[in-house]
Design a protein around this ligand. Structure first.
Ligand code: ATP
Ligand code: MG
Length: 330
């Protein structure tokens, strides 16, 4: 596992990596990269995860979205084997959760991390090349590529103590990218980054997608997730309340139609197609099935009207997020 982490978990990671000797066979291409069945994690009386069922396919950029305390970090820790489930099971990269060999093939940016302040950025990356058991001959290229990719090329020889928070997060991302992992798990990778840094992370994720790398992205930044993810699961109180392709989640659920040649009385029956609001020539239908729009247009024409424009409305992920949370809590 290429892991970027605080000192305590790094010791754990080092021990884990050091214990791994045999590299397991790669997961068959057909098997999901991540699959979990009813994962439960309790911390005394707190139920952090209440039965997590997840499937993430190869090459997907998967967003794991939820409010504070929803269980996102707990889920990632279970996936990478930093903690074990109270019950339930799962597989990652073709091996049971916690498998030490599988960890060597993933990159992980933890949520809370601190590097040794006395090391330079380049030395941190060097250390992680060693922990990840990368071939020594590849280290130089790996390190320079990582520094370049995360925008730290000019600062590699400066000590971590002199890095800003955002630069430390960039370094963490660089660590997670070492060794060309098949799966990269990022727990809030942009929390310390400015808009430019966020754009860089989107670019990095797009690059990973282009190389067929699977990305598991924890976030509560809805805009970020909407922009980069193929599919999202929304988690609340330890449960997944929705899991869908982003495009479906924010699919057009309303439509605005500009109608000419019909009076209010002739328009009234169109309300059968959905909630309808009239504003001059414009009719807005909400809660409509996108497949039903041609029927609305046909009905307008059949009533003697003319359709001047049809504009699909688009609900933001934020609107959908709050709706789904409310439905899940009802
Ligand atoms: N080590 C722990 N000991 C006790 N409780 C914990 C521990 N880790 C997490 N929890 C609890 O489990 C629940 C889920 O926490 P988790 O960190 O997974 O949430 P999260 O979705 O990552 O939140 P955030 O968006 O704030 O990062 C919370 O109620 C938290 O207090
Ligand atoms: Mg978290």
């Amino acid at each position: 596992m290429v892991v970027s982490c605080n000192t305590a978990s790094m010791t754990q990671a080092a021990a884990t990596v050091a214990a791994a000797v045999v590299v397991s066979p790669r997961a068959p291409q057909t098997e999901p990269v991540i699959v979990t069945h009813g994962l439960v994690k309790r911390y005394r009386s707190t139920v952090a995860l209440a039965g997590l069922d997840l499937t993430v396919g190869r090459g997907e950029v998967f967003g794991f979205l939820g409010p504070n305390g929803a269980g996102k970090t707990t889920a990632v820790k279970l996936l990478v084997g930093l903690t074990s489930p109270t019950s339930g099971s799962g597989r990652l990269l073709g091996a049971p959760l916690g498998d030490r060999d599988a960890r060597l093939r993933l990159g992980y940016l933890p949520e809370l991390f601190r590097y040794q302040p006395w090391l330079t950025g380049r030395e941190v990356l060097h250390l992680h090349c060693e922990l990840a058991r990368l071939e020594r001959g590849s280290w130089r290229v790996e390190i320079e590529t990582a520094l370049e990719t995360v925008g730290l090329a000019g600062r590699g020889d400066d000590r971590v103590a002199t890095y800003s928070k955002g630069m430390q997060q960039r370094l963490g991302l660089g660590v997670a990218l070492l060794g060309q992992p098949e799966l990269v798990l990022l727990d809030e990778p942009t929390s310390a980054l400015d808009p430019e840094g966020r754009q860089d992370v989107r670019r990095i994720i797009a690059g990973l997608r282009g190389r067929g790398v699977t990305v598991f992205l924890n976030s509560h930044l809805l805009g970020e997730v909407e922009r980069v993810c193929d599919r999202v699961a929304i988690v609340d109180r330890g449960r997944v309340v929705a899991s869908q392709p982003v495009a479906e989640l924010v699919a057009a659920r309303s439509v605005r139609i500009q109608v000419r040649g019909l009076g209010p009385a002739e328009m009234a029956p169109l309300a059968d197609f959905g909630r309808m609001v009239r504003d001059g020539e414009w009719l807005t239908f909400t809660d409509v099935d996108p497949d039903g729009v041609p029927d609305i247009v046909a009905a307008i024409v059949a009533a003697g009207g003319r359709v001047a424009a049809v504009l699909p409305g688009r609900e933001s992920l934020e609107d959908r997020f709050f709706e789904l949370l409310a439905e899940g809590r009802a």
